[in-house]
Design a protein around this ligand. Structure first.
Ligand SMILES: NC(=O)c1ccc[n+]([C@@H]2O[C@H](COP(=O)([O-])OP(=O)(O)OC[C@H]3O[C@@H](n4cnc5c(N)ncnc54)[C@H](OP(=O)(O)O)[C@@H]3O)[C@@H](O)[C@H]2O)c1
Length: 339
């Protein structure tokens, strides 16, 4: 930051309209981009971290957001480079840690590609948070998968935030993404308790909605495949909670701002089996070649109890609304037929 920019920041911080300065890690991602859109609309100054701020293909969409030219700054940081988040986080009152590898399957080594960046990367970010005297609260983007992957689910009791996925079970069935999210969240709780950092975690289910980045993230790509009639990438999802991308962004801000927010928050609208989902979708979008049936997965049935986030005032959009918005976006991009 040069001297002129630093003076501008001081003037802004002292103005009555100043909402605060927050950092969002992994700014170019699907969830983070929408969160930044909502933070800028709410009046925040946002420092976004990306691996390469000069890569226009990855960050161009962020600069088009309303308020970005005046209140967004992008800083280079990598989860695997110790201390690389220091500059971005210093001086921020809030940190939204969303960056994490979102890979279905590792190509060569799950520890290097998924577990280390997720777990050690979270500690890397939290060590930068610890150095920042202005820090008020950290919001970690965890996942509902940290709650529901266990081999002792009672289908009669909806899962809530007290449930944790079993580390042993994740290792046994080799679901590295879920393992990475579970270990990263547990590690974050330990570190923040030891170091007196105020942490709130948000646990979104499968996020549905329009993409701001030009490249589809892996989950959006799975949804596109489903709408084009493919079953392969979607089959293993089995039973899943669904949530609108805008609700995920708004929930991050809600748990950051709400004075009594604490602990973990499931963020999900509705849980459906694959077969229930395709039945809703094929009735609503008869012109799309949506698969008629999936093979029944050998998975326990479960529901989510989402009353904790609802008690803070969150109202979730329906499955129909999230897919309407997602399909309209795919049609606009020419990714599916607009008939
Ligand atoms: N999408 C869902 O359905 C869903 C559901 C529950 C939770 N979540 C969580 O939401 C968060 C964002 O996921 P997403 O769906 O938005 O996926 P995404 O678009 O793939 O975003 C992941 C972000 O993490 C960044 N990242 C990965 N490895 C990194 C590293 N070594 N250093 C710095 N940044 C790194 C990526 O940067 P690059 O762009 O440079 O690769 C990207 O910005 C993740 O924590 C994910 O677990 C997602």
């Amino acid at each position: 930051m040069d001297i002129l920019e630093a003076k501008k920041v001081v003037v802004e911080e002292n103005s009555n309209n100043y909402k605060g300065k927050v950092c969002v890690t992994g700014a170019s991602g699907f969830v983070a981009s929408w969160l930044i859109k909502r933070l800028l609309l709410a009046g925040y100054h946002v420092i976004g971290t990306v691996r390469n701020p000069g890569n226009q293909k990855k960050v161009g969409h962020l600069w088009k957001l309303q308020g970005a030219k005046e209140r967004l700054r992008l800083v280079k940081a990598n989860l695997t480079d110790e201390g690389s988040f220091d500059d971005a986080i210093m001086g921020c009152e809030g940190v939204f840690h969303t960056a994490s590898p979102v890979l279905g399957k590792p190509t060569f080594d799950a520890t290097v590609e998924i577990l280390n960046p997720a777990v050690d990367g979270t500690l890397n970010v939290l060590r930068s948070c610890k150095k920042n005297p202005k820090l008020r609260r950290v919001v970690l983007t965890s996942s509902s998968s940290t709650v529901r992957v266990r081999d002792d689910i009672d289908p009669n009791i909806p899962l809530d935030e007290s449930s944790w996925s079993s580390v042993e079970f994740c290792k046994k069935i080799e679901i590295w993404y879920v393992l990475s999210k579970t270990l990263a969240e547990k590690t974050a709780w330990e570190f923040c308790e030891e170091n007196n950092i105020e942490l709130v975690t948000l646990l979104p289910s499968f996020v549905i909605g329009p993409n701001l980045p030009p490249d589809l993230c892996s989950t959006a790509d799975d949804v596109l495949g489903l709408l084009k009639g493919q079953t392969d990438k979607f089959e293993f999802h089995g039973r899943m909670g669904y949530v609108h991308i805008d609700d995920v962004a708004l929930s991050h801000i809600l748990v950051y701002e709400h004075p009594s927010a604490h602990g973990r928050y499931l963020c999900s609208s509705k849980v459906l089996d694959n077969n229930q989902l395709v039945s809703v979708l094929s009735e609503r979008y008869p012109s799309l070649p949506i698969p008629k049936r999936f093979k029944k997965q050998d998975q326990p049935s479960y529901e989510f109890n989402i009353s904790k986030l609802e008690s803070l005032g969150m109202k979730f959009k329906s499955v129909e609304e999230m897919f309407d918005d997602c399909i309209a976006y795919f049609k606009e991009r020419g990714l599916i037929s607009s008939i």
